[in-house]
Write a protein that binds this ligand. Structure first.
Ligand code: SF4
Length: 376
């Protein structure tokens, strides 16, 4: 086996988030290690298939990709996603390799019978730093119905307990759409009961099989985001939204309404990450996308150009410029802290710099067109 170039003296300590310049490196690099998965979930972005794709990155190519990720700097966070990453027989080898060269490796496995306590323990031993599991319903009935697989709820809960038993921090991912929104209060309780450190709440983007689901309306999204802001204040676990960066706008407005002085950087500095700006996604065949929900390619990483493409491609650079946004996002005073979901704008218009149709906010004085795809 070749010697990893960064093995000696490697550190995989988390870098100070305030020190990260997202023009230079992402906070989060997701690698979709495979499209293969035994589940057929209603919302699946990946259009997951039972079998692995013949052009999937090989073990050697995968290690080379991890070497490139290490070029962003020590402690780079890498999320191995799918499909179901457990469908790759070299998964432990990849986790160990990434850990050895100084990456922080995390995993989003599917809740299937393959995810046994023994497998969870092996993953922890290989160096996994966090496990993210999906719960889209608070009961077996609602979750299994959404996932299209009887038994998935129980397997997910058991895997979550196994992760906690070996000291692995746990993240719970939940999809918000018309059919799951009513479950959110009960899901919050589940997240707490499972002792998760983070609840990642994903607002549906119509990509892959997710096109067949109904999103929540922008007014309903506003209510949910305000509620999540309360949950954040009351809970032991953190809450983050995915593909709903206007969560930050809602939080700022809530504080203003309560006459609390906004923090010094409430406006004027981006506080989170969005597609291409602090976030990057490598597909199972090696294409670099700004996110898994924005399948516009900045090119293949098979030729060893991950860092250059993230830093210098026209696509990624435009996504890091809030002043390049169009429509009401471009006219919005919150564009530097929010900027809208670029993935949803792309899904509805084909233009990643267009406005996000999920956001109900209309900037004062804005008289331009409303984004297509608004659900209310
Ligand atoms: S209009 Fe766009 S930039 Fe402004 S809060 Fe809504 S999504 Fe964010």
């Amino acid at each position: 086996m070749s010697t990893p170039p960064h093995r000696t003296g490697s550190t995989n300590a988390a870098p100070d988030p305030r020190s990260i310049d997202t023009d230079d490196r992402p906070f989060v690099l997701v690698w979709e290690v495979t499209q293969a998965c035994d589940l057929a979930c209603d919302h699946c972005r990946a259009d997951a298939q039972p079998a692995r794709h013949p052009r999937e990155l090989t073990t050697t190519e995968g290690k080379r990709l991890l070497d490139q990720a290490r070029e962003f700097g020590g402690g780079q966070l890498v999320v191995l996603s799918g499909g179901d990453p457990l469908a790759r027989p070299d998964l432990l080898e990849l986790v160990e390799y990434g850990t050895e060269i100084g990456l922080r490796m995390t995993l989003t496995p599917s809740g299937t019978s393959s995810l046994t306590p023994a497998v969870v323990e092996d993953l922890a031993d290989a160096g996994i730093r966090r496990m993210a599991l999906s719960l889209d319903g608070a009961s077996a009935e609602t979750h299994d119905d959404f996932r299209g697989e009887s038994g998935s709820f129980q397997q997910t809960v058991e895997a979550a307990k196994a992760a906690r038993a070996v000291g692995l921090p746990l993240q719970i991912n939940t999809t918000v759409c018309a059919s799951t929104a009513g479950e959110l209060p009960a899901l919050r309780d589940r997240v707490s009961d499972l002792d998760a450190v983070l609840w990642s709440v994903f607002f549906l983007v119509p990509v892959g099989r997710g096109r067949l689901l109904d999103p929540v309306s922008s007014e309903r999204a506003e209510e949910i985001l305000a509620w999540l802001s309360e949950v954040t204040e009351e809970s032991d676990f953190g809450v983050k939204t995915t593909e709903a960066p206007h969560y930050r706008r809602v939080a700022i407005q809530r504080r203003r309404d309560a006459s609390e002085a906004p923090a010094a950087d409430d406006i004027g500095r981006r506080l989170g990450i969005t597609a291409g700006d602090g976030f990057a996604f490598v597909s199972h065949t090696g294409e670099l996308y700004p996110s898994g929900f924005l399948p516009a390619s900045a090119g293949s990483v098979r030729d060893g150009t991950l860092t250059e493409r993230y830093r210098d491609s026209d696509l990624f650079r435009s996504l890091r410029d809030p002043d390049a946004l169009g429509g009401k996002c471009g006219a919005c005073e919150f564009r530097h802290v929010c900027g809208g979901s670029r993935s949803r704008a792309y899904a509805h218009t084909g233009d990643p710099t267009a406005s996000d149709p999920l956001c109900a906010y209309v900037p004062e004085g804005y008289e331009g067109p409303m984004p297509p795809g608004r659900a209310d």
